[in-house]
Design a protein around this ligand. Sequence first.
Ligand SMILES: Cc1cc2nc3c(=O)[nH]c(=O)nc-3n(C[C@H](O)[C@H](O)[C@H](O)COP(=O)(O)OP(=O)(O)OC[C@H]3O[C@@H](n4cnc5c(N)ncnc54)[C@H](O)[C@@H]3O)c2cc1C
Length: 352
Amino acid sequence: MIIIIGAGLSGLLTAYRLKKVGIPFKILEARDRIGGRIHTVFGTNETPMEMGATWFGNQHRHLKALLEELGIEYFEQYMDRTVYYQASPTSPTELVQIPSQAPSYRIYGGSSNLINTLCQKLDKNDIILNQSVTEIKFLSDSVQVIADQIFEGSQVVLAIPPKLWAKRILFEPNLPADLIQIAEQTHTWMEDSIKIALTYKEAFWQVEGQTGTLFSNAGPITEFYDHCNSERTKFALCGFINSSYKQLGDAERRALVIAQIKSVFGPKAEDFMDYQECVWSMEELTFEASDIPHYPHQNNGNQFFRQSFFEDKLVLSSSESASESPGYMDGAVCSADLVAKKIIALNLKSIE
Ligand SMILES: Cc1cc2nc3c(=O)[nH]c(=O)nc-3n(C[C@H](O)[C@H](O)[C@H](O)COP(=O)(O)OP(=O)(O)OC[C@H]3O[C@@H](n4cnc5c(N)ncnc54)[C@H](O)[C@@H]3O)c2cc1C
């Protein structure tokens, strides 16, 4: 039995790969939902709003291949060449032209469509929710994983960001000190971001002389994009707030966001149906404070993460461990594919 810790993209895909070749596993997930940093919420009229991962590009070959394998469609992010720009809190809002960009894509039906599709390929009892792993003991012939319940297996896959396992899970015997040190200093992509989305009855910004894109240094919003569904029948705007606004209460932050969108997009921006935000630094199963601030992607993809430990009883996954695109959905896929290959090879060898 393989025990996979974490039901984000990397944990779920590892499980799916094992399922396909008949290797038994269980996924333990601390949250009461699957998906981790992929989290689509649905507003009025089922309008999808991405609180986590949203975009990918042509360079993200692992993710694109997986979407094709699973028959999941994707579509190009709707983007005007004309955007609103606020250079500073004191300068006026300008409409400026941006150079043409490489296309970026979104997953049809929302990013959670990928998570739910993988989940549907598994059995209901393959995933156990509300199991926060606190301790892992490597015994001579097995591994004991301690969460709310105790689980026994032959191998463990840690499919959670390195900083989280390094700081939160007790290993017995302990992991190599240099691995722990690197993991503690590994940036978890977007762990400190704030995402917001608003839904509308119509795409009021899609008229001559207006645009749905905003880049701002005037806060709280820093980037804001058209977020309609692929058919453009459900209407939304979505983007990021400067992470320093996490200090404010929800109501205060929301009031500042609404004031900013009203000043940029006009009074119609106030007629939203849903307002949704996610302050990821409040999500304790994603965010972990660092002793010294990390730079973006620090130690992401470190080759140490691709070794196995305790005679192959422990393998590491998660986006941040990946050799390609670490931090991104593509990295989570790359990492899961590699880990699954490793486990399958080891298990087939032990059967021979
Ligand atoms: C706001 C935001 C925007 C993003 N935007 C993009 C984007 O546009 N494009 C892109 O490619 N990527 C983006 N990303 C990154 C992308 O979401 C991640 O790379 C990817 O989802 C990581 O998957 P993962 O499985 O490695 O980790 P996670 O999704 O973090 O999954 C780890 C899982 O482990 C669980 N867990 C944690 N601790 C324990 C424990 N002790 N016991 C049991 N379970 C535990 C967690 O609850 C979680 O479900 C974004 C992320 C965020 C937060």
